[in-house]
Design a protein around this ligand. Structure first.
Ligand code: UD9
Length: 410
């Protein structure tokens, strides 16, 4: 592996076997071959999970030079995810500092320098993070078309989730192609005046990511669905403090009421979560508090769960793939499709409602079974292929693109 520092704080990584002439980059060389350059910008764990299948789908096409740029918003958690999906970033940006402001300013400068030097034909971002917004903004100023994966999620409440709701709405204002995961997301974008031709309903790439790892790492359920553990995750900023403590007291109540059930809780590293989780739950025999899982461990823990209690967006989307009934520990969700389909319920972060709903599902196997049988409303595992087809149609219009039927039959 060759590492070159190409400007302040930015390290360029060249894959083995692609030795370059001095001063020349893989991008320069591939641009000479008339390849169109697609840059993918990631910052956090969920972005990597949802962009990895897009990266692999795009790399199948020889007319494209696909670059992965990691902003460093998440460090170690992101490195685990990149490893899991076999991705080595082409560009790893340097963090400007610990605060979000310092990160943001330095990230914007580095992205602009990168885009000034390499003429990207498209910039792809995902979701609603600071990195996604900065990637879209830098591309917008450089007149590079922006493709937005998981476009159109909305609560229309700028406070919840904060700052994500604002960031995703701003990305929608400057994106050129909006890949909506669901019909509801498409309808939201249309209602905001985005031209129908710029929106494509693709499904959510999170299902593709699950299929990708399940196929390669043999992720399978061990034992009967109803016998599995209760999986818990909680980290959302808007629940910090008293509401999160109530959630953990509810988990303790459930563990005491069902001593034969094991509760598995990978605890987010933030001390705001660690402290109350350990104070309230550490003494219970059937509760295991563990460090955050890598993606493979998490998918294995999910497939073996009989019930999921979570405030995570990604886990709400992943649980129906494995038929795991879900209680959402939030007041509202921008992913109501699971609730409407019948595989999830919103219970909020408060003790009484969580205990009531969990007890109902644990005591009534028929109610839990009904939730297990619902197909995943978020995607069919083909989203990244549809996105790759859309990129090709835009950047290499004379290429023959696979029909949906041909791809599915392959
Ligand atoms: C408001 C909102 O909904 N915002 C979302 C939120 O994303 P989220 O709630 O989905 O985030 P998490 O829960 O951190 O990640 C979930 C993924 O991580 C895997 N996972 C989890 C725990 C673990 O121990 N090991 C793992 O592997 C898990 O299977 C899943 O795939 O924040 C992002 C910005 O950070 C936003 O862009 C995104 O809209």
């Amino acid at each position: 592996m060759c590492k070159q520092t190409c400007w302040s704080g930015v390290t360029r990584v060249t894959r083995p076997g692609t030795a370059l002439q001095p001063g020349r980059t893989r991008t320069d060389r591939e641009a000479d071959l008339n390849k169109r350059i697609v840059g993918i910008v990631s910052g956090t764990r969920p972005e990597i999970i949802k962009l990895a299948p897009v990266y692999h789908a795009l790399r199948r096409h020889e007319d494209l030079c696909v670059l992965w740029v990691h902003t460093g918003q998440h460090g170690e958690m992101a490195a685990d995810m990149l490893r899991c999906f076999g991705i080595t970033p082409d560009e790893q940006l340097g963090r400007g500092g610990a605060s979000l402001e310092e990160f943001s300013v330095a990230c914007r400068q580095q992205l602009d320098a990168l885009m000034a030097r390499q003429k990207w034909d498209m910039c792809i971002v995902q979701g609603d993070t600071e990195s996604a917004f900065l990637g879209a903004l830098a591309a917008f100023y450089r007149r590079i078309p922006v493709g937005h994966v998981e476009a159109g999620l909305r609560t229309y409440n700028l406070e919840r989730p904060f700052p994500e709701e604002g960031l995703r709405q701003m990305i929608s204002r400057i994106a050129d192609i909006h890949w909506a995961p669901t019909e509801r997301a498409r309808a939201a974008l249309l209602s905001e005046g985005i031209a129908p031709a710029k929106i494509e309903m693709t499904g959510n790439t999170v299902v593709d990511a699950q299929q990708w790892v399940s196929e390669r790492f043999a992720i399978r359920r061990e034992g009967a669905a109803a016998d599995g553990h209760i999986l818990v995750t909680a980290h959302r900023r808007e629940n910090w403090g008293e509401e999160m403590e109530q959630t953990f007291h509810a988990v303790a109540d459930i563990a005491r009421a069902f001593p034969g059930k094991r509760v598995l809780f990978p605890v987010h590293l933030n001390p705001v979560v660690q402290k109350p989780a350990h104070a309230i739950l550490a003494g219970l025999d059937n509760v295991r508090l563990v460090a955050p899982f890598d993606y493979l461990e998490m998918q294995q823990a999910l497939v073996n769960a009989s019930l999921l209690l979570t405030d995570s967006g990604g886990l709400q989307e992943e649980a129906p793939t494995f038929g795991v009934p879900t209680l959402v520990l939030r007041h509202e969700t921008e992913r109501p499709e699971a609730v409407e389909a019948g595989c999830a319920r919103i219970v909020g972060p408060k003790r009484e409602a969580i205990v009531r709903e969990a007890t109902r599902l644990l005591a009534d196997p028929a109610a839990a079974d009904a939730m297990r049988k619902v197909a995943n409303p978020f995607g069919d595992g083909q989203a990244s292929r549809r996105i790759a087809q859309a990129v090709l149609a835009r950047l290499v219009p004379h290429t023959e693109t696979e029909t949906e039927e041909a791809a599915l039959a392959a």
